[in-house]
Design a binder for this molecule. Structure first.
Ligand code: TRP
Ligand code: SF4
Length: 332
């Protein structure tokens, strides 16, 4: 089976954007590929090095969410980046051969730098480590010599840099050792946040996988609808209903979506009722995931042991690659 690798920064509890945009895809890929999924805690440090008190819990929460969503440790290898020191060594070699302007051009990094500059804190500086973000990501991928990387569209620019670094390595050292990994994009439409912007923890517009049913329902009641509607029997415009109808299209079946559209356009459906129904729908979809999450929360020993086992296995594979790299470069 083809080997693929992907990671997620340890940002703590995950939201529906992670689930629908990335994790669902990972779950499906488990049956077709030899999957390695890891928590990128070093990448989290590139911007959060000054606030590390929740780092351990954040890592654990990410893995618990994955397991709850159906990432199966019997099929996939789950590990934590910082438990694989080989990645740090590979990162040194790759950083030597990566031209400075390749990392400076990285568009994703430019966005992150902008966010940092707006942050009023001591760490609004861009650190050397943050500049190295795409090189470290390349190290993650090349550490397992993966052939593909399942990511969201926002990460594709990073994978392009990885492909450039692979080509440069192979050219410099006259080898064909490293594979050029391709991005594996999923075709699901991105879910927006409750305010219509990109769903993100930092915008405070997200629904967490781990939210209770009550909180989920309450959050959905705050979702933006067709702003031109004031009274219950005003004729509605589902396509201008910025958030609620979009959610219907994601969570509802064809019949119910058609029915919502019909009743909305005819003024037969109030927005409050509409969102109450939507809340039930979203909660139904998350019910079994949340039950599974509770199980793992109560059995964190099991989660720690899944991480330990997966990391041990990954290290064995990483060591093989690193031996080759040291030989190819000609290290002592
Ligand atoms: N940068 C990715 C994100 O923010 C996380 C990540 C780190 C990653 N290393 C990776 C993704 C390697 C894929 C492959 O989500
Ligand atoms: Fe949106 Fe439903 Fe209100 Fe129509 S009735 S505007 S679909 S929330």
């Amino acid at each position: 089976m083809e080997r693929i690798v992907s990671g997620m920064r340890s940002t703590g509890r995950l939201h529906l954007g992670h689930y629908l945009g990335v994790i669902q895809n990972w779950v499906e890929l488990q049956n077709k590929y030899d999957c390695y999924y890891f928590v990128a805690d070093w990448h989290a440090l590139t911007t959060k090095y000054d606030n590390t008190k929740n780092l351990r819990q954040d890592v654990l929460d990410v893995v618990i969410d994955w397991l709850a969503c159906g990432i199966d440790p019997e099929k996939s290898t789950i590990y934590v980046q910082s438990l694989i020191p080989e990645i740090a060594e590979l990162n040194i070699y790759l950083s030597m051969i990566t031209p400075q302007n390749w990392v400076e051009r990285d568009p994703t990094l430019k966005d992150m730098a902008k966010i940092l500059r707006n942050k009023e804190s001591a760490n609004s500086q861009i650190s050397y480590g943050l500049i190295g973000y795409p090189v470290l990501m390349s190290s993650d991928i090349m550490m397992l010599n993966a052939t593909a990387v399942p990511v969201g569209v926002d990460q594709v620019a990073h994978i392009e840099i990885t492909r450039d670094i692979v080509r440069r390595f192979n050219n410099l050292y006259k080898t064909d050792f490293f594979n050029e990994p391709r991005p594996l994009l999923n075709n699901c439409s991105l879910i927006c946040g409750l305010d219509g912007n990109k769903m993100s923890k930092s915008y405070d517009n997200d629904i967490k996988i781990s939210d209770t049913e009550e909180i989920t329902a309450k959050k959905i009641m705050s979702a933006i609808t067709d702003r031109s509607r004031i009274r219950r029997d005003d004729l509605g415009h589902p396509d201008q209903c910025e958030v609620a109808f979009k959610y219907w299209k994601i969570f509802g079946d064809e019949n119910s979506v058609d029915n919502v559209r019909y009743e909305c356009e005819k003024g037969l459906r109030g927005c409050a009722d509409c969102k109450r129904q939507l809340g039930v729908l979203v909660n139904d979809r998350l019910k079994s995931i949340r039950e599974k999450r509770k199980y793992y929360e109560a059995h964190s020993d099991e989660v720690h042991s899944i991480i330990a086992k997966g990391s041990e296995k990954t290290r064995i594979e990483a060591k093989k690659v690193l031996d080759n790299v040291r030989n190819i470069i000609g290290m002592y």
